[in-house]
Design a protein around this ligand. Structure first.
Ligand code: PGA
Length: 260
């Protein structure tokens, strides 16, 4: 049985004061999350605050992005090697909001997938668990290219690192049309894509595929989490907007805990 994971991506939101309130509310319900993994992803400037608040609670944390370089003249970037100083255990990689920024520069998607693979290697080398995000844009969705898009990333990752290396990672299927839109993918749609992803990994390494956690992200809320998480290949959620509202996020974590 794969242990569910609920990841809360705060994106570029919060102040020390609002974070503190949110963290205190989460801590008050932390006992409800036993048996599952919960991790939050604050803006990097608040990592120290999160570490101070959550140490010893069982709730984990990580960053929203990581550089593909180790150190050097890369203004504004964060190295994976810095994150153990904050006891961070996870990092998101390839979130669509990062990919979209690069898109503006017209970088080829395959090049972007290679960049994701490089970041993945960097994160894993620092002992972090990368959560690698992939999902189709609204245009790709309308053109029926969902499988092509997820396959391209998985093929790139496997060619770069081998399928076995995925045993130290988490995948997140995040259809871009569902992110921040309030329009979640249906549980059936998400299940089909997750199953397709797992089958692709199984072609190279059935054991890694069987143990691989695949999260769903895109408008996960308190009222749809349970039906999404009830699907056999959906192992939890990557939550954006709802992770900023304590009651909503706690409901989502409780829905994941009910699956075990
Ligand atoms: P959302 O964001 O839950 O606000 O749709 C999900 C994400 O971007 O990971």
């Amino acid at each position: 049985m794969r242990k569910p994971l609920v990841a809360g991506n705060w994106k570029m939101n919060g102040t020390s004061a609002s974070n503190q309130k949110l963290l205190e509310n989460m801590l008050a319900s932390a006992a409800d999350f036993s048996g599952i993994d919960v991790a939050i992803f604050p803006p990097a400037v608040y990592l120290y605050q999160v570490k101070e608040a959550l140490t010893g609670s069982g709730i984990k944390w990580g960053t929203q992005n990581v550089s593909s370089y180790l150190e050097g003249p890369y203004t504004g970037e964060i190295s994976a090697s810095m994150l153990p100083d904050f006891n961070a255990q996870y990092t998101l990689i390839g979130h669509s909001e990062r990919r979209c920024l690069y898109d503006e520069l017209d970088i080829d998607q395959l090049v972007l997938d290679k960049l994701v693979a490089e970041k993945y290697q960097r994160a894993a080398a620092s002992g972090l668990t990368p959560i690698i995000c992939i999902g189709e844009t609204p245009q790709e969705h309308d053109q029926g290219k969902t499988e092509e898009v997820v396959l391209r990333l998985l093929d790139t990752l496997i060619a770069h690192q081998g399928a076995k290396a995925l045993s130290r990672t988490v995948l997140a299927y995040e259809p871009v049309w569902a992110i921040g839109t309030g329009k979640s993918a249906s549980p059936e749609w998400a299940q089909n894509v997750h199953q397709f992803m797992r089958e692709r990994v199984a072609k190279d390494d059935p054991e890694t595929a069987a143990n691989l956690r695949i999260l769903y992200g895109g408008s996960v809320k308190g009222n749809n989490a349970a039906s999404l998480f009830s699907k056999s290949d959906i192992d939890g959620g990557l939550v954006g907007g709802a992770s900023l509202i304590a009651d909503e996020f706690i409901k989502i974590c409780q829905a994941a805990a009910q699956q075990i």
